[in-house]
Design a protein around this ligand. Sequence first.
Ligand code: DQA
Length: 145
Amino acid sequence: MRRIALLHGPNLNMLGRRPSQHYGTLTLPELEARVRAWGEERGMRVSPFQTNHEGAFLEHVHGLAGVVDGAIVNPGAWTHYQWSIRDALEVMGAPFVEVHLSDVEAREPHRRVSVVRDIALAAVWGKGPDGYRDALDLLARERPS
Ligand code: DQA
């Protein structure tokens, strides 16, 4: 089984209470269960993690180096400015797909900036939960190292 980390940054534990026109109505546990099930269908074991704390995120990502075959990462607002997250994902060394539930290209200008995009395998946005399924498909195409 391919091992895939599912990583969420700040405020994503508040899904279900955030503006539904951007984020829909699923809660994070519901989203994680959906992604886990999609992973199983593809022979992937999905391990979710969410935190609102930068240091906890960094240390979790450090621990994934050599342990996972890939990752799906929604860094939330950190996407737009948090260079330490980018550096940690680089240390992780596994291919990752950047995912956003909302259409970050069609919202405020600051959301068009991503400090992780150029080291990501791909980025998916504006597709709601289905974007995570696309991310699994993109990771499934990668050859295991
Ligand atoms: C988000 C988009 C970010 O701009 C925002 O800060 C989030 C969620 C998304 O999934 O659409 O917290 O990453």
